[in-house]
Ligand binder design. Structure first.
Ligand code: SAM
Ligand code: SF4
Length: 474
């Protein structure tokens, strides 16, 4: 069949059909269903991409399982920090033996790490048992690439440097029935000097607002009540569209979708967080009382070297504005310790911001040198022992403050969206407050996906124990 006249989505459905036939033959030969597993590393973007990969594998006819002993294993990789790469090589080494015992097994790799040419070279040379390699720009071609692998019977590599293309309407398999991530944009234009993301995810591309709203409305019709809007810098959403639209306006439109109860988003770059957005956050009750606002460093000097384009004072002013508009908001952040040239004074500036803001939690990272980024060749890389000492001091401070900040709602009754049966105690359920704090309380599976009012009886540093005060509300 000629596929040239089809839309990209139609072409991919054609390849899914071809793969399905092949899989059916394998199933008859083996006398058992074939299984697949998606292993995800890294951020929420990758988690969302993995839902799309799972959707395609299920459509083809694979039975999804949670084990790397599956017949098809795909690693969706991250390369933000060096140790993420090392973990993937470790896993691949182990897979060689497992694959030897299963002749139907296929191993695939995709995601950010595959966008690095030296990684692909290493895989070609030393990991010949890998069947399929693709990157971040052509995930939508997954079915076509599987088809190529099974028909050509050799390692298939398809890495694109960049793309303008956004393919809508492919299958996806949501991890939770009641909440989902929704990409509103792809790529990043910011080039923070330590960060590899702009090189591996390409330039910023926003989806059309109508496509986003349609996807969310469809998800709501399927039972979703909470969405997490995803982008590397959601605050610059829509600026490059033919008909530009602000992120704040997009949020307003999304909040009007009937049946949708909660809206979250990440990540917000402080340099682009507008007064209009703060106003919308204050006005729209569906927008969750939580903002992830990466600080990276509290030192204006270091922020400049990081190319973050805000100062310590700008950041603190923004926090004041947010707190004035939304007094109950929880703030969380990302902080990097040991950026090249960071002095003890710089580090103390970071500690100062941590104390002044009072974060509910913070992801703290040791600076990792990423080849190709401007920071990798900066002088004055900080010695490891110094970085470790600062990292430990920061972690302790962050944890002490978070424990105090988190407990401020103790004794109040708040809505909890129940997510799952508690993993340690089956008599409890686990859910989240609007501000994203985790709550455990007595309940059962019938509550999953529902919003339940809960009295927060006791704060245990980062989470609450509570009691449902009412019958299920929604
Ligand atoms: N786009 C988001 C933003 O601007 O905050 C974050 C994307 S990045 C995947 C998540 C976090 O990883 C960053 O906020 C930063 O703290 C951290 N990160 C990025 N590059 C890093 C590096 N080279 N070393 C250590 N941490 C890094
Ligand atoms: Fe990386 Fe900066 Fe882009 Fe975030 S905004 S992805 S930290 S370059």
């Amino acid at each position: 069949m000629l596929t040239e006249h089809l839309t990209e989505a139609e072409r991919q459905y054609y390849y899914m059909e071809q793969c399905r036939r092949w899989l059916e033959e394998q199933r008859s030969k083996l006398g058992r269903p074939l299984t697949a597993s998606v292993v995800t590393f890294g951020c929420q973007m990758n988690a969302r991409d993995s839902e799309k990969l799972r959707g395609i594998l299920e459509n083809i006819g694979y039975e999804m399982i949670d084990s790397e002993k599956a017949d098809f294993v795909i690693y969706n990789t991250c390369t933000v920090r060096e140790n993420a790469n090392l973990r993937v090589y470790g896993r691949l080494g182990q897979m060689k033996q497992i694959k030897k015992k299963n002749s139907s097994m296929l191993i695939a790799l995709c995601g950010c790490m595959m966008q690095e040419p030296e990684v692909v070279e290493k895989l070609k040379k030393s990991y010949r048992h890998v069947d399929l390699i693709f990157g971040t720009h052509n995930i939508f071609k997954f079915a076509e690439l599987i088809y190529r692998r099974i028909t050509e019977n050799k390692m298939v590599i398809d890495i694109w440097k960049d793309t303008e293309q956004i393919v809508e309407d492919l299958p996806n398999d949501r991890k939770y029935s009641f909440k989902t991530g929704v990409n509103i944009m792809f790529g990043c234009n910011n080039f923070c000097s330590y960060c590899i993301v702009p090189y591996v995810r390409g330039r910023e591309r926003s989806r059309q607002p109508e496509d986003i709203i349609r996807e969310i409305a469809d998800a709501v019709a399927d039972g979703v009540v909470e969405v997490m809007l995803l982008g590397q810098n959601v605050n610059s959403y829509g600026k490059n569209l033919e008909t530009p639209i602000s992120f704040a306006e997009l949020l307003r439109r999304i909040c009007r979708i009937p049946g949708l109860l909660r809206v979250r988003f990440m990540t917000s770059h402080p340099k682009d967080l507008s007064d209009e957005l703060i106003r919308v956050m204050a006005e729209e009750p569906k927008i969750c009382r939580h903002l992830h606002l990466p600080l990276q460093s509290g030192s204006t000097e270091i922020l400049k070297k990081m190319n973050r384009r805000y100062t310590k004072e700008d950041y603190l002013l923004l926090v004041d504005k947010l707190r004035a508009a939304c007094p109950d908001i929880s703030l969380t952040t990302d902080i990097i310790v040991g950026f090249p040239g960071e002095t003890e004074e710089d580090f103390l500036e970071t500690m100062d911001v941590v104390r002044r803001v009072g974060y509910d939690s913070a992801y703290t990272f040791i600076y990792s040198k990423r080849t190709g980024t401007p920071a990798a060749v900066m002088e004055n890389q900080v010695p490891e022992a110094v970085v470790k000492d600062r990292f430990n001091r920061l972690l302790e401070e962050v944890q002490n403050i978070a424990a105090k900040v988190c407990s401020r709602h103790e004794g109040t009754v708040q809505d909890v969206l129940v997510e799952e049966i508690n993993r340690q105690d089956e008599h409890l359920v686990t859910g989240r407050l609007s501000n994203n704090t985790v709550v455990h309380f007595a309940g059962d599976a019938s509550m999953i996906g529902k919003i339940v009012p809960v009295r927060l009886t006791c704060c245990k540093n980062f989470y609450y124990m509570g009691e449902a005060v009412n019958l299920t509300k929604k």
